[in-house]
Design a binder for this molecule. Structure first.
Ligand SMILES: NC(=O)c1ccc[n+]([C@@H]2O[C@H](COP(=O)([O-])OP(=O)(O)OC[C@H]3O[C@@H](n4cnc5c(N)ncnc54)[C@H](OP(=O)(O)O)[C@@H]3O)[C@@H](O)[C@H]2O)c1
Length: 264
């Protein structure tokens, strides 16, 4: 069972993909899980599939609605007293050109991918700092490290995560608060199906890149390992990770490669 046994771990976006896989893996280790997402029926299925479903609590809410986000945090704190590990994983991607995307879609992506997690952190941090213990895990993306066609709002929201969570770490690491930023490349989940198009309707297509991505279970295992080792930032993927290094060390190559991508 190990170090995660009996730990209270709150996973947003637990109804599918990476969040679901994290729930399954952490449940095997005897963690007490709080599973969130909008689709209650899917959360019930994930709970039922967990090795210790008796240790799972479902807290459905919409990350796009600040009142629901804060109410969920209040409920969790009331019920559990404190959260050992918060995993801000719930998120939505994008498949649309910046110039065509309605501003309301940009705002929705920022709300779900950035502000909702910030709101949860503001609720939970005081308790973590008081207990001198707590770990915040945030799922960013490789496009949190560089821009990419058809991802303007998504990439912007993921970039914003780095500034916020690095600052939180800098402010609170002396009070025992840990932060791990996860940057996945392409992972085989429904993320492209759920991604928003220019008018906010779902893309509804399993992208080639996703189909050939690594499995959500492999991704979840790497995340759990990194959390156990208190890593500050990790990259999970295949060749797609190279773009991070090109942008950082050989920027002209990054600009050349990204200019060749045909936005479709
Ligand atoms: N798959 C990849 O290639 C990849 C790469 C880089 C980063 N990521 C990031 O990984 C995270 C998980 O994505 P995934 O790949 O596992 O995709 P996914 O299968 O589409 O899962 C997304 C999760 O977020 C939840 N969610 C979305 N909008 C929400 C809302 N308004 N309120 C509450 N929950 C919401 C969904 O739950 P409900 O639909 O039930 O609300 C779902 O559980 C995301 O932050 C994504 O940006 C994924």
């Amino acid at each position: 069972m190990g170090r995660f046994e009996h730990k209270v771990i709150w996973i947003t976006g637990a109804s599918s993909g990476i969040g679901e896989a994290l729930a399954c893996e952490w449940s095997k280790m005897g963690a007490r899980l709080i599973l969130s997402g909008r689709r209650e029926s899917e959360l019930e299925k994930v709970k039922a599939a967990c090795a210790h479903s008796e240790l799972c609590t479902i807290v459905p809410f919409d990350l796009a609605d600040q009142r629901q986000v804060e109410a969920a945090a209040d409920r969790v704190l009331q019920q559990f007293g404190a959260v050992d590990i918060l995993v801000n994983n719930g998120g939505i991607s994008q498949r649309s050109l910046a110039v065509e995307t309605e501003l309301s879609v940009d705002r929705r992506i920022m709300e779900v991918d950035y502000f909702s997690g910030v709101a949860l952190v503001k609720k939970l941090l005081p308790v973590m700092a008081e207990r001198k213990s707590g770990h915040i895990v945030v799922v960013s993306s490789i496009v949190g490290k560089f821009g990419f066609p058809l991802r303007s709002a998504y990439s912007a929201a993921k970039h914003a995560l780095h500034g916020f969570y690095e600052s939180v770490w800098a402010e609170l690491h002396m009070q025992g608060v840990r932060v791990t930023i996860v940057c996945p490349g392409r992972i085989l989940t429904d993320v492209s199906l759920h991604a928003l198009t220019k008018d906010g309707t779902p893309h509804g297509v399993m992208d080639h890149g996703q189909k050939n991505g690594i499995s959500a279970t492999t991704c979840a295992r790497k995340i759990i390992k990194a959390v156990g080792r208190n890593k500050k930032e990790i990259y999970i993927g295949k060749m797609d990770l190279l773009m991070i290094y090109f942008k950082r060390y050989i920027p002209w190559l990054y600009y050349l490669l990204v200019s060749k991508v045909q936005p479709r």
